[in-house]
Design a protein around this ligand. Structure first.
Ligand code: PAN
Ligand code: ZN
Length: 189
């Protein structure tokens, strides 16, 4: 049975990220090996456990050319060293596919990196913020607040997710806390 987005969100559980009709993916710190620049902080946290970082409930009603898919993300607050908890990040397998993000709760930032030029920027993702992710743009989300960050991302059904390119070369920049605020800095070697 397919529920419309309004019905789905009304049944969305903002604590667990669970949503009827959605396929849930949960990502723990071990799933983000290589994403955090501070590997010492990563290893130190892994010794104490393998925390849940985020979940995504994906709704994929149909896969035709004109169809849309969407996911509701729940990204927990926390840091590894100075780096905020983040998503793995990806490019769309079909590179021209853009995406529309809408902030629901919490305080977040998106890191956007143009694949061709490497040009990077961060943009806020807070309640009612819209972030337009153009095609050919790697995107990653960070929770820069103290409460769960939730958001919805809507993308063409045929976008697909390419995680391999990011796993191989990572983002050029990282987002760290500096003087209590998020700052984008070049990834140290
Ligand atoms: C989002 C992401 C979600 C989780 O729905 O899938 O934020 O991030 P990762 O997929 O990088 O783990 C999206 O951008 N979909 O295309
Ligand atoms: Zn995406």
């Amino acid at each position: 049975m397919f529920l419309n987005p309004e019905e789905l969100l009304s049944q969305y559980n903002p604590v667990t990220g669970e949503m009827p009709g959605a396929s849930m993916v949960k990502r723990h710190l071990s799933d983000l090996r290589g994403c955090f620049a501070d590997t010492a902080a990563y290893d130190a946290t892994m010794i104490t456990g393998n925390p849940l970082l985020y979940s995504v409930g994906a709704v994929e009603p149909a896969g035709g050319d004109g169809d849309l898919h969407y996911g509701v993300g729940l990204l927990l607050p926390g840091k590894i060293g100075d780096e905020y908890y983040m998503t793995k990040g990806h490019l769309h397998a079909w590179r021209p596919a853009a995406e529309f993000y809408f902030g629901l709760t919490g305080d977040g930032v998106m890191l956007l990196e143009d694949e061709a030029t490497g040009e990077s920027r961060i943009v806020p993702l807070r309640p009612n913020d819209v972030v337009y992710v153009p095609g050919h743009t790697a995107h990653r989300t960070m929770n820069v607040g103290n409460t769960p960050l939730t958001y919805i991302g809507v993308y063409p059904a045929k976008a697909g997710h390419d995680y391999t390119t990011i796993a191989e070369k990572n983002f050029c920049c990282i987002v760290v806390e500096r003087d209590g605020k998020p700052a984008m800095v070049e990834r140290p070697d």
